[in-house]
Write a protein that binds this ligand. Structure first.
Ligand code: PXG
Length: 290
C-alpha cells in the first residue's frame, strides 16, 4: 500500500511522522475523511474546501494548492488500484520544538492515506441503531469551534468512550445549554410530519458534507428541511431519526436513551433518503481511471 507523503508516493511502512510534529504533540492540524465509490471521488471539491477553511481558521498555511491536492488524491487511489475507498487527508503544523510556539514549525506536513472502507454492520442500516446522550458536552464554538475539523478529536473520543461503555456505538452530545448538537462522528437529523430538522451550525456542530447533501436531496422530495434548535424531547418524540457522515452515510436510529423512536423501525423518509443518497454516490464525483 502506498501513501502520499508531502507530495511523494511512498510505501506506507516508510511514511513516518516526527515525534516533534505538532500534529502529534498538540493535535495541531486539520483533516478530512472522503470516500470514493466506483472510481468517483464523492464531493471532493467540498472536502478540499472544508480542509482549507479549517486550515485558515487555525492560521495554518497550506503547503499545497487545492488543485495539486485533488490530483494527489486521485494519484494515490490509482497507485493502490482502489475503486472504492476511504480517503484520509491530514495536514499538521509540522516539526517544531517542545513548546506551543507554532512559529517554530517552518513547514506543514501533509499526507493522504487511501484504504478499503471499514463498513458499519449491515444490521445498523436494516434495523436501525440505538444511541444514547452522554455527559460529555460538545466543544463550545467560543473555545474550539466544531466547524474546524481539527486533529484534536478528544472531545468526540470522550463521548464515544461513554457510548461504548454503555453498550452502544454512538453518542449524542449536547451543547453547554443542553441543546442537541451532533454525535461523535456524525450529524443528527429528525423527521416530524413532512419536515426534516437538524441542529443549526451555531449550536456547535461540524457542517457535515453528508448533512448538506441530505438537505439538498430533501429539496427534491416531499420533505422540507430546516435547521432548528432541538432538545432531547424533540428527538424522543420524532417520527424518524437518522445520522449522517462520510463513513456512515445515512444510518437510521430507532432508540435513544431507552426511548423507542416511533414504532422502533427505520422510517420511510429515511429509507427514501438512503436510496437517493446511494444514487448520488453512483453518479456524482470526480472520476479517476485505474
Ligand atoms: N460530525 C463530526 C464530529 C464528524 O467528525 C461528521 C459530523 C459528518 O461529516 P461529513 O462531512 O463526513 O458528512 C463528522 C465526520 C470515521 C469517520 O471513520 C468520521 C467522519 C468522517 C469520516 C470518517 O469514523 N466524521
Amino acid at each position: 500500500m502506498k501513501v502520499c507523503f508531502d507530495g511523494k508516493l511512498v510505501d506506507s511502512n516508510s511514511a513516518k511522522i516526527s515525534i516533534f510534529d505538532h500534529g502529534l504533540l498538540y493535535g495541531d492540524g486539520v483533516f478530512e475523511g472522503i470516500r470514493a465509490y466506483n472510481c468517483l471521488i464523492f464531493k471532493l471539491k467540498e472536502h478540499i474546501e472544508r480542509l482549507f477553511a479549517s486550515a485558515k481558521a487555525i492560521q495554518l498555511e497550506m503547503p499545497v494548492s487545492k488543485r495539486k491536492l485533488s490530483d494527489y488524491v486521485a494519484a494515490t487511489l490509482k497507485t493502490n488500484k482502489l475503486k472504492d475507498a476511504y480517503i484520509r487527508l491530514v495536514v499538521t503544523r509540522g516539526v517544531g520544538d517542545l513548546g506551543l510556539d507554532y512559529r517554530k514549525c517552518k513547514q506543514a506536513t501533509f499526507f493522504i492515506i487511501t484504504d478499503k472502507i471499514a463498513l458499519y454492520p449491515d444490521q445498523f442500516y436494516k434495523k436501525g441503531m440505538e444511541i444514547i446522550t452522554v455527559a460529555t458536552r460538545r466543544n463550545t464554538p467560543e473555545a474550539l469551534n466544531p466547524q474546524i475539523k481539527s486533529l484534536n478529536y478528544l472531545n468526540n473520543i470522550l463521548a464515544k468512550i461513554e457510548a461504548v461503555n454503555a453498550g452502544v456505538e454512538e453518542a449524542i452530545m449536547l451543547n453547554q445549554n443542553g441543546f442537541v448538537t451532533e454525535c461523535s462522528g456524525d450529524n443528527i437529523f429528525m423527521v416530524k410530519g413532512s419536515k426534516l430538522f437538524t441542529p443549526p451550525v451555531f449550536m456547535g456542530v461540524l457542517e457535515g458534507i453528508t448533512r448538506d447533501c441530505v438537505m439538498d436531496i430533501s429539496l427534491k422530495s416531499a420533505l422540507t428541511s430546516e435547521e432548528k434548535v432541538l432538545t432531547r424531547y424533540d428527538l424522543y418524540n420524532a417520527d424518524e431519526v437518522f445520522l449522517t457522515g462520510t463513513a456512515a452515510e445515512i444510518i437510521p436510529v430507532v432508540k435513544i436513551d431507552g426511548r423507542v423512536i416511533n414504532d422502533g423501525k427505520p422510517g420511510a423518509h429515511t429509507a427514501e433518503l438512503m436510496k437517493e443518497f446511494k444514487k448520488l454516490t453512483k453518479t456524482e464525483g470526480v472520476r479517476y481511471a485505474l
